[in-house]
Write a protein that binds this ligand. Structure first.
Ligand code: HEC
Ligand code: HEC
Ligand code: HEC
Ligand code: HEC
Length: 210
């Protein structure tokens, strides 16, 4: 009887919280590389006075300066969509990034290797957006472009999301951002991935690409 009840509750939970949603807890960030200096959530968010320091913004109670670097975009003759630049030399507390590109820009307040206060040195591999060290974002999987089923070889947006990635709405269009593939709060699939980068249709690439 008790077993049956537990079983039913488990089924009910599985229906209400399909896999992925259950894993949305933010506390998984503690103890990871993103628990920078053991500051916990305050590595990135502040509960108060988010705007008190120049360059820090109201967006998501962000605790860090926004990079004012221009990163460049990946482009290629075989792409259907044109990725849009995520950097802006005029980002500040009064002009914070907005729209879906936010989910890429925020990463660059550390991963560019140039922002002060810097946590990732310019010569480190993890400084993905450092233009002199890594060609900015011009040699990385494109971000900040529209995800459209009209483009060849892509799963439907609904299927992609069911497969575990996140698509970010920008004025009614689905877009791909850094956080489409990465879960900043959880490193259980290293390196901070939403779906394992395994060599199969169930892997990260196959979540979006047919
Ligand atoms: C390394 C930086 C970093 C740390 C540390 C961090 N966050 Fe975040 N947080 C982000 C980024 C980037 C986003 C936006 C991307 C996203 O939602 O995945 C975000 C989004 C959020 C959101 C809004 C979106 C949502 O999913 O609800 C909340 C709430 C949040 N974080 C809470 C927390 C809490 C609570 C902690 C500590 C347990 C924490 N964060 C630690 C970077 C961080
Ligand atoms: C508070 C600063 C900060 C923010 C914001 C931040 N990161 Fe990080 N991240 C770090 C640090 C520090 C490390 C560990 C540095 C290292 O390995 O050199 C790291 C490590 C990583 C790694 C693993 C690197 C490796 O080589 O194992 C990935 C992937 C990553 N971050 C992605 C992201 C993404 C995507 C975002 C935005 C959604 C983001 N980070 C936002 C500071 C940050
Ligand atoms: C299409 C999915 C995807 C997108 C979009 C993406 N990443 Fe990654 N990222 C990965 C995968 C997969 C790896 C692991 C690569 C490996 O192990 O060789 C990775 C690795 C990393 C690392 C570890 C160091 C390195 O360079 O290998 C960092 C840091 C990182 N990503 C940050 C970012 C940031 C910042 C963005 C947005 C500008 C971003 N990623 C966008 C899939 C993605
Ligand atoms: C969140 C969805 C998503 C994920 C996950 C994803 N991609 Fe993509 N990828 C896209 C979109 C959207 C495009 C742009 C399609 C276009 O405009 O033609 C793209 C473009 C590409 C291109 C074409 C570049 C060109 O020059 O034409 C390649 C190659 C590619 N992705 C490889 C990968 C690999 C490898 C992985 C896994 C590490 C991956 N993608 C994961 C959405 C994704």
């Amino acid at each position: 009887m008790k077993f049956a009840l537990v079983f039913l509750v488990a089924i009910a939970l599985a229906v209400v919280f399909p896999t992925g949603l259950l894993a949305q807890s933010k506390t998984t960030v503690f103890g990871t590389d993103h628990d920078v200096g053991h500051n916990g959530c305050a590595s990135c968010h502040v509960p108060h006075t988010a705007q008190a320091n120049a360059g820090r913004g109201q967006t998501l109670l962000w605790a860090r300066q926004f990079s004012t670097q221009i990163f460049g975009t990946y482009d290629s003759p075989t792409m259907d969509e044109t990725p849009q630049e995520i950097g802006d030399a005029t980002y500040s507390d009064t002009n914070p990034p907005s729209g879906a590109k936010l989910y890429s820009v925020l990463c660059m307040s550390c991963h560019d290797g140039v922002t002060a206060p810097t946590v990732i040195g310019p010569t480190e591999d993890a400084a993905v957006g450092n233009p002199t060290n890594s060609a900015g974002l011009t040699d990385d999987h494109p971000v900040n472009m529209i995800y459209s089923t009209a483009d060849a070889g892509l799963e439907s947006p609904t299927t992609a999301v069911t497969n575990g990635v996140v698509l970010y709405d920008d004025g009614g269009n689905n877009t791909v951002q850094c956080a489409s593939c990465h879960n900043v709060h959880d490193n259980s699939i290293s390196p901070f991935l939403r779906v394992a980068n395994s060599n199969s249709k169930q892997g990260l690439c196959g979540a979006c690409h047919l």
